[in-house]
Design a protein around this ligand. Structure first.
Ligand SMILES: Cc1cc2nc3c(=O)[nH]c(=O)nc-3n(C[C@H](O)[C@H](O)[C@H](O)COP(=O)(O)OP(=O)(O)OC[C@H]3O[C@@H](n4cnc5c(N)ncnc54)[C@H](O)[C@@H]3O)c2cc1C
Length: 282
């Protein structure tokens, strides 16, 4: 069995800043992590490997720094890693990204047939959720998105059955293999890296594939292959935490609390009229 897990190295979002002039993310000096959903994709692949044998290849497209993310995946138990990296891949939108990853999966499939691709359901920076469906469409394989549980994985019968999170309920879906799955934190609890795997990861060097290795069409990669235009990007202003008005400890008169609440709402401009003050008690 051969599972490919796509992983993206992303900036730690709590520290993301947007350059207001260029409308791009300021990546310099920002710590990078493996996209959180992808850690669950790695874990699910390793669990399947433990049950059915075979191997797990992790795949990423990104700059050379993304090697760190691939090494991290090796430390969790992935067997092999491939980085698609080339200056020509820069400024890729989701269409161009899925093209490169598709070409790499096709090549991995030629080396050893791929039974399953597992991806995160969403990247915390780009946040589109478009790349895995793009890969599945290009491969012509079924796509099972937002999977919260693999119910049955029948390698011999070439079928997979999953529970998928849908609006207002759970769908049980069955598809033929090979297929593309997307998963998030609901599916499992990722393990910690083991010491032997950490030692292996420290020495491990992923294979690096560029546009020549993958024999790519120059018009479909990078900026040239990206029809999406980002006209403006901005970070929403931080919302201030609203004041807390204590009602529960019983040591305040409810009328005083209500009057306090009304004063605050008026001061915050919640009304476009001013309530008439109550007549003073005689
Ligand atoms: C015009 C334009 C220019 C851009 N220029 C750049 C740029 O120069 N540099 C840059 O880093 N980004 C750039 N981006 C963002 C880039 O297109 C997206 O980050 C990328 O296509 C992935 O989309 P996403 O983040 O929405 O991933 P999603 O579709 O939300 O990701 C879902 C899953 O797909 C897989 N996946 C996604 N991306 C990758 C990847 N690269 N490698 C492996 N697996 C992946 C992961 O499993 C991930 O969990 C640009 C976007 C646009 C529109």
């Amino acid at each position: 069995m051969h599972i490919v897990v796509t992983i993206k190295q992303v900036p730690d979002t709590s520290e993301v800043r947007i350059d207001p002039k260029t409308n791009t993310m300021v990546r310099g000096g920002v710590p990078s992590i493996v996209n959180p959903d992808d850690t669950h994709a790695i874990e699910e692949a390793i669990r399947l490997k433990e049950r059915h044998g075979g191997r797990v290849t992790v795949l990423s497209m990104g700059p050379p720094q993304a090697i760190a993310a691939l090494k991290e995946a090796i430390s969790y138990g992935a067997d092999e890693a491939v980085l698609c990296s080339d200056r020509g891949f820069a400024a890729a939108d989701t269409l161009a990204t899925s093209y490169v990853l598709w070409a790499a999966i096709r090549r991995l499939d030629e080396e050893e047939p791929v039974d399953l691709v597992i991806a995160g359901k969403q990247a915390i920076d780009g946040d589109t959720g478009q790349v895995p469906p793009g890969i599945a469409t290009r491969l012509g394989w079924p796509q099972l998105t937002y999977v919260r549980r693999i119910v049955e994985f029948d390698l011999a019968g070439r079928r997979i059955r999953v529970e998928r999170m849908a609006d207002g309920g759970i769908e049980v879906l069955e598809a033929r293999l090979p297929a593309v799955l997307t998963v998030g934190r609901e599916i499992n609890e990722p393990r910690y890296a083991s010491l032997p795997n950490m030692l292996r990861a420290a020495r491990y060097q992923p294979r690096i594939w560029d546009r020549k290795t993958l024999e790519l069409d120059e018009t479909k990669i990078g900026l040239r292959g990206s029809p999406t235009i980002v006209s403006k990007v901005w970070a929403p202003p931080r919302r201030q935490r609203p004041p807390v008005i204590m009602l529960s400890n019983g040591d305040r008169d409810p009328d005083a609390v209500a009057a306090d609440l009304l004063d605050r709402l008026i001061a915050d401009g919640a009304f476009d009229w001013a309530p008439t003050p109550a007549p003073a008690a005689e």
